[in-house]
Design a protein around this ligand. Sequence first.
Ligand SMILES: [Zn+2]
Length: 586
Amino acid sequence: MSYLVLARKSRPQNFAQVVGQQHIVRTLRNALLRSRVPHALIFSGVRGTGKTTLARIMAKALNCESGQPPEPCCQCRSCKEIAAGNSVDLHEIDGASNRGIQEIRELKENIRFMPVMSRFKIIIIDEVHMLTTEAFNALLKTLEEPPSHVYFMFATTELHKVPVTILSRCQRYELKRVASSELAAHFARLADSEGITMEPAALNMVVRASGGSVRDGLSLLDQLFSYCGEQVSAQDAAEVLGMVGGEVIAGTAQALLAGDLAAALDRLETVTSSGMDIKRFINELLAWFRNLVVCKISKEPAQLLDLPADELAVLQETAAAHSPQSLFLLFNLLMDSLEKAAWSSRPRFAVEMAFIRAVQAEDIVPVTELLGRLDSILAGTPLPQAAAPLYEKKKTVIAEVKPPEPAPLRTAEPPPSPPMPDEPPHPADEQEPPPVRQERIPEKRDIRKDWPEFIKAVKKPWIASALERAASPELENGKLILTYHDSADCSTLKIKEQLAELTALAADFFQESLRIVFNEPSVCTVEGKNSGADAVRMERQSLANDPVVLMAAEIFNGQVRDIRIGPQFRKLLSAEQETAGGEDEA
Ligand SMILES: [Zn+2]
């Protein structure tokens, strides 16, 4: 005995057997009862939802000889011939392979004749969107005024590809994906009639994998039944379908929500070792988070989510335990990184990375909150409450995180000492160093004592070394006076950027806004006691040792041959009547 696939064996023979699509079944029945069936119908929807099945049932009903509409009797000659596929008055055309104008011309020729055995000629064109423009045009005239003995039934998965001129002449029926509960019931009945026991988890997997298509689900059942025999366990189903149980997906998601990276990676290992396609896993995990978000924001998620009751219960429970913000954040983050993982050449690594990011998201503070904190600091007002924890399960950990103390701004005055009324006076302690708590309050530093410390605090070595060469630094009326015996030693510091940096560092360290003044004998006293020639010599030396000059010489792999002297010094020179070779051309 030859094996008949489930899809054919279980094909509905009348309206009562149709799975789902009840809105359409009802309309068609009513039209049949009132003899108001339009002469052209078009059924659209995803594959395997029953488009051609409905067209055939309509054909049966229209030609049924029992005379008891709307259900076809399935007993009369016409019904039997249609079911067996050998009715002379039913023409089934595959639009994909008969798409040209020639086929449509032949069809038009054919329908000019009256039906041979039945009341009506029925023309079913499957995948009608595949017809060529010419073929559609040839059909138009016939559809406009169809002969009373002809009915057209079109089926398409891509309604948008059917010309509007055709659509406007047809009555449209849009088939929906079949709901999970209806599919589950249908598949359970079939398994039962085949004498096969299925674990509920296995049944759920088939429903999930079928994606709302009856035919897809049936072909998966065929695979399962021939692999497993009379018992179908969840493990068998997972192996055959390349899927994991819903609890693995839920477990992974919950581990991520709990910030438990180890558990999430453990689940991922289960998934990969069970041979599940990682892209499928990614899709299912994303779908799970999407459903979770829907559960959180919708009052009646059951209406929006087509899920088995137990899965819905788990989702609702999980949604209740987390704040909407944390769910949105995690969903958004996973959406981004898992989408990328699906296209990665190493999807598993990418999924692991996505998990790490998801778990770290716990530490992420929204920008708006950071700005709020900054505002509070600037305004000197007390900080608002710390951020609501993203993961409630870790509340204790997050509650310990204190808001940051307002740090003193660089140029701000030192804040007043906090009053300490509870502390008894310690007269004996007067010479002691101040208590530890007071160390946080910046005190006025002593320039001489703290100078080495300041140099140590300077991170840039060339600034530090230039500072080390300064003799007896002094603070005076908001000025930091640095004395150099050789102006070459401080030339680095006089570069605008370095000076700015040094000023900032000094302000930070000494808690005082300071102007930096260089005391260089050679230059400061140029017009004083030192001779002009001396000044020129020192200026030259300083220029020759200038790091910028040295760097330039190094970059260009050259050496300093000549130093031209500006007008200020030229005047001095002429007064001294000295000769200076430097004025020659290089
Ligand atoms: Zn019949």
